[in-house]
Design a protein around this ligand. Sequence first.
Ligand SMILES: NC(=O)C1=CN([C@@H]2O[C@H](COP(=O)(O)OP(=O)(O)OC[C@H]3O[C@@H](n4cnc5c(N)ncnc54)[C@H](OP(=O)(O)O)[C@@H]3O)[C@@H](O)[C@H]2O)C=CC1
Ligand SMILES: O=C(O)[C@@H]1CCC=N1
Length: 371
Amino acid sequence: MIASEFHSITFVGPSTSAYLIVRRPCLSALTGCFDAVSNAARERDCRRPVLSETPISDSGQFLIDYSPSWSSIKMRIGFIGAGKMAQALARGLINSGRIGAENIIASSPKRDYQFIDQCKTLGLTTTHDNSEVVHKSDVIVLAVKPIHVSKVTSEIAPALSREQLVVSIALGITIRNIESLLPTKSRVVRVMPNTPAVVRAGASAFAMGSACRDGDAEIVKDLLSTVGFAVEVPEVQIDPVTGLSGSGPSYMFAAIEGLADGGVKVGLPRDLAIKLAAHTLYGAAKMVLETGVHPAQLKDDVQSPGGSSIYGMHKLETGGLKGILIDAVEAATNRSRATGDKALPRDFRNAEMEKKIEEEKTASNPNNQLL
Ligand SMILES: NC(=O)C1=CN([C@@H]2O[C@H](COP(=O)(O)OP(=O)(O)OC[C@H]3O[C@@H](n4cnc5c(N)ncnc54)[C@H](OP(=O)(O)O)[C@@H]3O)[C@@H](O)[C@H]2O)C=CC1
Ligand SMILES: O=C(O)[C@@H]1CCC=N1
């Protein structure tokens, strides 16, 4: 807790609100007082506190409301790396109306104007200085390729405080590794999102680091739920999530393309074929989610005896459709695991890891290229 930011808490009424005197109206002020506030809240059987957006008096008095979610806090989000996934998340968050573009900053080393133009179109603040992102953010998203993680963590470490949450979306890099690269007790969360976050139809899983506080999982879930489905998982499941939903949009785009090619082959115009294919995947996914019926049953409902779809299905199974999908998820999961191991600085590897990395190099990645 930063003493200069925290003055006192006075409870008002039985359970739903209190006054907190702080000097700065930002999340760090609230999270800085978090222990005191949550202890007081727990005693009163209250839920997570939310700070009012504006002072209710000239003396820096803010209202804490215990009933709503964290979403009304003015959270500042910083992206280290402003590539495809960072932009998808930023665009999804902004389009939700929950986070203003003025509260998002993104950094990239590129001094050409493409990155700046893309971010400016979104209304984001941009910088080439990663520490500036840290200075201006409550939540810092590491959105760089795995090979750049150790470099950017060493750059941001001196500027980082325990009041900030570090969210890594980097392929394969473990929480333990990121924690080792940052100051002791840094609050680290590992997230695997996917690009449909851009249209707020993402699927993300997250795992909490060892120094995270009560309430951090809610902050992350709240943010990710703004751009789609979000679920907390044990970290051991993050590589499998990467193989399935993190990488999955690419499989599904290929499926749409393939279905559309089929449509074109049998005489449909290309643009119509793409629309029909996309709506078909969208509708099938929506049915699974909204009916709760097992996909095998929904598939059977389409296939009349001797009808067209069982003929199509026979072709797909002759080609091993489900087996290929299983192989794809498994291969991508293994690639995620191996990438994380290889991207570790040598100091963090042990003999067992080195052996696994060497085996993986020879078996499945003869060129051993890092991403
Ligand atoms: N794309 C996807 O669908 C998903 C990606 N991810 C993960 O997200 C991370 C980013 O992926 P993605 O957005 O696709 O990749 P991109 O290459 O599009 O973005 C990476 C960004 O990081 C920037 N960068 C490189 N070095 C630094 C540095 N030292 N400081 C700050 N920024 C730097 C790059 O700039 P420059 O272009 O100048 O090199 C680029 O803008 C990866 O770890 C990936 O595995 C996770 C889930 C899904
Ligand atoms: O392929 C990649 O590197 C990233 C990770 C998950 C999806 N895309």
